[in-house]
Ligand binder design. Sequence first.
Ligand code: KG4
Ligand code: ZN
Length: 359
Amino acid sequence: MRTVLGIESSCDETAAALVTDGRVILAQHIASQDDAHRPYGGVVPEIAARAHAERLAPLIAATLADAGMTLDDVDAIAATAGPGLIGGVMVGLVTAKALAMASGKPLIAINHLEGHALSPRLADPALAYPYLLLLVSGGHCQILKVEGVGEYRRLATTIDDALGEAFDKTAKVLGLGYPGGPAVERLAAEGDAKKVKLPRPLLGSAEPHFSFAGLKSAVLRAKQAMAVPVQGCMAGSVAPPAYTDADIAAAFQQSAIDCLVDRTRRALGQAGEVTALVVAGGVAANKAVRGALEALAAESGLPFGAPPLALCTDNAAMIAWAGMERLELGQSDPLDIAARPRWPLDPDAEAVRGAGVKA
Ligand code: KG4
Ligand code: ZN
């Protein structure tokens, strides 16, 4: 049995995990920094980096202790080396380098997006390459054909905001606090999507790209319209619209889902042969999103895959697993490997023109 220690620190989760080649998560710890960032309504990079520096080492020690292991029992050390908030990435990568140096075990630098992209294979041994992946997280919204480890063909990306970002901004507009995605999902369940008309940007366009900035602005306008001032002799003549925050949340989520399904259907038509349709990343934790994509897979005659909820949002098990896939191919990285704030999975993908087309 081989075991990889994975380290994740690219955003606001400090995480460590031990994963075997048999796809067993022997132990894992995730320290969320939600409380530290909540007063600011979003992740503050400097606070995140300091929190990683404080928490990571004891978290790794606890993970090893839970599994009854020491570094001697580990076959490689994998850490996120980008993309992400660079201060945090550096904390995790430097820690991994120190552990690799001290233990003499190989270092494996993982692209965080590769962690998400391969996470469905950790959950499902039967998932074979090539599969079509909708990767929806706080920082990215892409459709990739995953052809193998390190072989990613990007078919689509967002021309403005990521979907997780749009969920978080919607939460902010509705006063739901941070982090926003799960709160919007909960509120949406109580609302009626039909009561608020919101746009579905790029729906039906030829390339399967995404755009969420216009949807986000429409959410803001819908919320502002609820506060129509009613004064003096005009009192009663301008009624505020008859919808609630829950209706806005439901309408936002439905618009987003309609875009995801339409764009992913388009990408399926362009992808060639694939074994399955898979969704991963933080927004894949959303049950309505999962349900809609599962229906699309059924319509397309494809198996559907999505990691369990805990493997959708940032975690170290997916980093350890990506490390295991690379270790099994005999890959490792030198100790001078760089931390990268930007690191596209498909460096050959064309830059998407049309940023600013916020339909
Ligand atoms: O993958 P992730 O943990 O971090 C990044 O790599 O970005 O994704 C975080 C994003 C956040 O924007 C969060 O609001 C969103 O995923 N998210 C959700 C849900 N859970 C997390 N969005 C919608 N519904 C959810 N249940
Ligand atoms: Zn992520």
